[in-house]
Ligand binder design. Structure first.
Ligand code: GRF
Length: 219
C-alpha cells in the first residue's frame, strides 16, 4: 500500500477482512459480532485470523465463530521479515480486501508492508499522536497526567512512522482522579470496540476518502 489516496474505497461486494492478533482478541470479537449481526452484516466477513503466538484467546474466538485461523510464529522462519512475508502470502491467498491489526504486538516489516497491496488498519489505545509507538499507551497516558485519553483507528502505511498513519477515527475517554491502569484501560477498550467497528464499516461501505494525511468520511 503506497500512496495515501490508494487507501480510499469504492463500495462493492462483501469485503474479506483479515485480522492479525497476538492475544486476548476482544477487538476481533467486536468485528466478528458486527459481521454476524451488527453494522458489518452484509458488508464484510472476517475471512482469516492470523496470530503470531500459539494458543491465544483470539484464535479460540475465531474458531468459535467458524473463521479459519493460522498461527505463524517467528521461530518458524529465518527472520522477522520472512515470517511477515508468510503472513502477507496467506492474506493474499485468502483474497483479503482489508487487513486489521487488532492487538498485533509486532511492527509489520516495512518491506513486507510496502509490497502488500492491501490496506492495513490499526486500533491504538490513545489519542494519537500522543502515546504512540509502544505497547503501554494507557499506562503512559496515566503516568503523564493527561485528563483526556482515548483510542484511535488509523491506517498503517510503509511511508508513515509507527502509529503515525492517516487517522480514520478517534474517541475520547476522560481520565478520572481515582483511575488506575486497569480501570482506565477497561473504559478505553470499550470505546475501541465500537470505534474499530465504525471505521471498518466506513471503509467497507466505500465511505472513506483519503487526501494526503486527511481521512474524510462520506456519510
Ligand atoms: C487493544 O488495547 C489495542 O488497542 C492494542 O492492544 C489491545 C488488544 O486488545 N493494540 P484485544 O486483543 O483486542 O482484546
Amino acid at each position: 500500500m503506497q500512496s495515501h489516496s490508494a487507501l480510499s474505497t469504492q463500495h462493492s461486494a462483501l469485503k474479506r477482512l483479515g485480522v492479525l492478533v497476538s492475544g486476548r482478541g476482544s477487538n476481533l470479537q467486536a468485528l466478528l459480532e458486527a459481521c454476524a449481526d451488527g453494522a458489518l452484516a452484509g458488508l464484510a466477513d472476517v475471512a482469516l485470523v492470523i496470530s503470531n503466538h500459539p494458543g491465544v484467546a483470539a484464535l479460540a474466538r475465531a474458531t468459535q465463530a467458524g473463521v479459519p485461523t493460522l498461527t505463524i510464529v517467528r521461530e518458524g522462519y529465518a527472520n522477522k521479515q520472512a515470517q511477515h512475508q508468510a503472513i502477507a502470502a496467506a492474506l493474499h491467498e485468502s483474497g483479503i480486501d482489508l487487513v486489521v491489526t487488532a492487538g498485533f504486538d509486532r511492527i509489520i516489516d516495512p518491506t513486507v508492508l510496502r509490497e502488500l497491496a492491501i490496506p492495513v488498519m490499526n486500533i491504538h489505545p490513545s489519542l494519537l499522536p500522543a502515546f504512540g509507538g509502544g505497547l503501554h499507551a494507557v499506562a503512559d497516558a496515566l503516568a503523564y497526567g493527561v485528563k483526556l485519553t482515548g483510542c484511535s483507528v488509523h491506517f498503517i502505511t510503509a511511508d508513515d512512522a509507527v502509529d503515525s498513519g492517516p487517522i480514520i477515527a478517534q474517541s475520547a475517554v476522560p481520565v478520572r482522579d481515582d483511575d488506575d491502569e486497569a480501570a482506565l484501560a477497561a473504559r478505553v477498550l470499550a470505546e475501541e470496540h465500537s470505534l474499530l467497528v465504525k471505521a471498518v464499516t466506513w471503509w467497507c461501505a466505500g465511505q472513506i476518502q483519503v487526501e494526503g494525511r486527511r481521512v474524510m468520511v462520506r456519510i
